[in-house]
Design a protein around this ligand. Sequence first.
Ligand code: C2O
Ligand code: CU
Ligand code: CU
Length: 489
Amino acid sequence: MMTCFRHRKGALQRQNGFVSRRVILVIIIVSTLLVALITAGLSMNAAPPTAVAKTPLNIPTLIDSRSHDGPIDIEIREGEHEFYPGVKTKTSGYNAEYLGPTIKMYNGESTDIQFTNNLDEPTNIHGHGLHVVGKIDGGPQNKILPGETWRVTIPVRQQASTNWYHPHLKGSTAQQVHSGLAGFYLIEDEHSQSLGLPNTYGIDDIPLVVQDRTFVDGKMTPYPTNNMPEDLREDTLVVNGTINPYAMVPQSFVRLRLLNGSNARSYEFYLEGEQPFYKIATEGGLLEAPVEITSLKIAPGERNDIVVDMSIAKSQRVLAKLLPQSYNGFNAVLIPFSQSQSVLELRVDNALEALASELPKQLNTITPYLEKDVEVERVFELDDMSINGQQMDMKIINHESKLGQLEKWTINSGRHPFHMHGTSFLILSMNGNPPAPEDQGWKDTIYPNGTAEILLKFDYEATEQWPYMYHCHILEHEDMGMMGQFTVK
Ligand code: C2O
Ligand code: CU
Ligand code: CU
């Protein structure tokens, strides 16, 4: 079945090269009609950006590793979640009906967690963004069978950052994440806590996992496992498992930790009226300084922390445009895109104490890697559901990296967000240009839509038995084999 998809796609692409003008014209007319039709159908479920938000935002339970004795217990289980009040959908979650708790960890300390798999299928837990050895990283080699418990001690040796955990078995990642398996790992350090940034969890420091789902009569459509799509893009935004939510916030700066937890969709976030906001962090840590922007694109797997100034408004709406993943491909016209939907309405509650009323000018010090120190160069071509012409083979190690050696990776990728395990990188260039100020931070996922050059090194070991992965973070592509593995010694 999967092979079938690949063939179909290949055929379309070859055809693409010599379609006549008339055919193109017909395609444009038909696609315009389709988009209009789909848009009309869309409004049934998707909240138009002006609809009043009625549901309070679901905030995942916080588990602070410091105020926890013994290992943190996480049960991986099936659940029933109400996306729309009164209508239950079969889902999965970590200690929850859908999604999982936010686990807060501290640089320099260790966090002990035990995950028990009470699903009736194997799963595993990958710490996306963690700088840990391959064995703890939780790649596809690491299976937790039904009824089994995986106990892991995470030595936290990295700066304050927004990370996440999710399943990573080859072939079932897309379906398991879609059913609700995802949660935040927040890392704190003394430096970030001394800055006076908004950091009261759920009050002025709010994690937001943004996903797209389809609903019929209020019920989430389950993952189409017997007819796996090439990439799943759906029409309704779901934020922490809530649709069109609001949150009561103090009249001061509010930090939103945006995680694109969608299977395949990218978003462009902005504030109503194109109001400015600040980007303060990329995946691996704080930027050197807040960067004022008015819109922000986030691909699957990426995280960005932003700060919204609520001292000047009574309410403010965060919106997202749903971007197409492929701009030129045939399927782009068949799915709704460039739609805006409400992510979250922030409403000032004057009873809440204003906590962060100033934003520090300097947030972090980032010592850049120098290109002249590069010892190894690698190129990654993402195309045709493979990387460098190869599909993921659990028995093949695609390359070997050396501990502590500076590498330059060139990523040639059209519509594929690229992610690697075990470290964070800095961008050297994006499509021939130096990275924009808001992209000059530590990252682990990148959506070049062209060519990106990145600099990185690995400080932890990944053996043949427990290698690291690099892959496309469109989960369907990852499942189909757009992934490779490497060791670090
Ligand atoms: Cu978020 Cu290898 O994954
Ligand atoms: Cu990862
Ligand atoms: Cu891809």
